[in-house]
Design a protein around this ligand. Structure first.
Ligand SMILES: C[S@@+](CC[C@H](N)C(=O)[O-])C[C@H]1O[C@@H](n2cnc3c(N)ncnc32)[C@H](O)[C@@H]1O
Ligand code: SF4
Length: 350
C-alpha cells in the first residue's frame, strides 16, 4: 500500500505549473492539516490498512516546506503503526523554504528521502520560470539535507525551455552531479492549460535532440534511466504507481486508487475543510486498466505482459522484437527506448 499526502500551498506560482496549489490561502493551513488528519483516519479504515502495510509515503504539493514541520507531528503519530519498518518516506521540498530545522524535524518524524525542485542552476532561467529561489539556495538546501542525515536526496530539473542548449543543460547536470544526490528527475517542459505559459507557448522548445542529450548526459554521470524522466536509485513510491498498486491519496486534489476505482477529493481548500471525506469515484474498465498498464510499462523499466495488448494487435509484438524496439525476457516485454513509449503504445492499442 502507498500513501500520498497533498499540501496545496506555494509561496509563488511558477509560470509552467498546473498542480493544485494556492499562494493566498496560507491562513488555512492549521485547520487544513486537522482535516487532512480526519481524511487519513477515514481512509486507513476504508482501505482496511493493517500494521506495517504502508510501504511508501510521499508528501507532495504544492510545497510541503511551506507548512511548519511541527504541523506534521500528529499525522506521523497516526500513521507510524501502519508504516512498514523499511518504509520509504519522501517529502518534496523547495529550496527557499527547506531550512535545516525543517529538514531536521521531518527526519525525526521518519522522513528518509527528500526531493528538491531545483529546475535549473541558472538564475536567469529560474527568474523566467518565476521560481522563488536562486541556484545558491538550492545548493545550500541540498547540503543542509545531507548534513542533517537525509541519505536519499533527489532533484528535479526542467529542460526544453526556450534557450536551453546542450551547453546549459550539461552545466545543470554537472552541478547536480557534484551534489550529494542519488536521483535526478528531468522533466521536459509541458505547456499546461490555465498557467501563464499557456499564453506564450513558444517558451517551449521541441527538441528531441536535446531530450536525448539530457537523458544520455545524466546517464554518463552514473544515474541509470529507469523511466522516461527518472534516473538513479528508483523511488519505490513511483514504481508502485507505475505497477498500479493501490494507494491512498489525502488532501485537497489528491487522488487515490483501489481495485478498478480512482478516488478524487475536491481541489478547493475551502470545500475540503468543510467535508474532507467527500470523495468522487471514477470506475476504470478493463480496457482502461490494460491501456494504462501498457503506457506505464513502456515508459519505465517495469515492462508489460502480452495480456494488456488487445488480442488483434498481439502479432505486432514479434515485429517490434525483430526491429529491436522491444526486448522479451521471462515472459515480459520491455521497451528499449523510453522516448518511443507513446508511439509504441499507440501502435499496440486500438
Ligand atoms: C509537484 S511539482 C513541485 C514540487 C515543488 N513544489 C517544487 O516546485 O519544487 C514536481 C515537479 O514537477 C515538475 N513540473 C511541474 N510542472 C511542470 C511542467 N509544466 N513541465 C515540466 N515539469 C513540470 C517540476 O520539475 C517540479 O519540481
Ligand atoms: S512547481 Fe512547485 S513551487 Fe512551483 S507552483 Fe508548482 S508546486 Fe508550487
Amino acid at each position: 500500500m502507498l500513501l500520498y499526502i497533498h499540501i496545496p500551498y506555494c509561496d509563488s506560482k511558477c509560470y509552467y505549473c498546473s498542480f493544485n496549489s494556492y499562494t493566498t490561502k496560507h491562513h488555512t493551513k492549521k485547520v487544513y492539516m486537522q482535516r487532512l488528519y480526519k481524511q487519513l483516519e477515514y481512509e486507513l479504515d476504508r482501505f482496511e490498512v493493517k500494521r506495517g502495510d504502508i510501504a511508501t509515503l510521499f508528501i507532495g504539493g504544492g510545497t510541503p516546506t511551506t507548512v511548519d514541520a511541527t504541523m506534521y507531528e500528529d499525522i506521523f503519530e497516526l500513521i507510524s503503526p501502519y508504516l512498514n519498518k523499511n518504509a520509504e518516506i519522501t517529502t518534496e521540498a523547495n529550496p527557499n523554504s527547506a531550512t535545516k530545522e525543517w529538514l531536521e524535524t521531518m527526519k525525526s518524524f521518519g522522513v528518509n528521502r527528500v526531493s528538491f525542485g531545483v529546475q535549473s542552476f541558472d538564475d536567469d532561467k529560474l527568474k523566467k520560470l518565476n521560481r522563488s529561489h536562486t541556484s545558491k539556495d538550492a545548493i545550500r538546501a541540498i547540503q543542509s539535507a545531507k548534513s542533517v542525515g537525509i541519505k536519499r536526496i533527489s532533484l528535479d530539473i526542467i529542460y526544453n525551455f526556450a534557450g536551453d542548449s546542450t551547453k546549459s543543460i550539461s552545466n545543470d547536470i554537472d552541478k547536480a552531479s557534484l551534489l550529494p544526490v542519488e536521483h535526478i528527475s528531468a522533466y521536459e517542459l509541458t505547456i499546461e492549460s490555465n498557467t501563464p505559459f499557456e499564453a506564450t507557448p513558444y517558451v517551449k522548445q521541441n527538441s528531441t535532440k536535446l531530450a536525448r542529450f539530457t537523458a544520455d548526459y545524466i546517464q554518463q554521470k552514473g544515474f541509470r534511466q529507469y523511466e522516461i524522466s527518472n534516473f538513479g536509485i528508483p523511488s519505490k513510491h513511483n514504481l508502485g504507481y507505475w505497477k498500479l498498486k493501490e494507494y491512498i491519496g489525502v488532501g485537497a486534489g489528491a487522488v487515490g486508487f483501489r481495485g478498478n476505482k480512482r478516488l478524487y477529493t475536491t481541489n478547493s481548500i475551502e470545500e475540503y475543510i468543510k467535508e474532507p471525506t467527500k470523495i468522487e469515484t471514477e470506475t476504470l474498465s478493463k480496457e482502461d486498466m490494460d491501456l494504462e498498464r501498457l503506457f506505464l510499462g513502456l515508459r519505465s523499466k517495469i515492462g508489460f505482459n502480452k495480456e494488456v495488448v488487445p488480442k488483434d494487435k498481439r502479432f505486432l509484438l514479434d515485429i517490434l522484437i525483430q526491429e529491436k524496439k522491444l526486448l522479451f525476457k521471462n515472459g515480459k516485454y520491455y521497451n528499449k527506448d523510453y522516448f518511443l513509449a507513446d508511439e509504441i503504445a499507440l501502435y499496440l492499442s486500438n
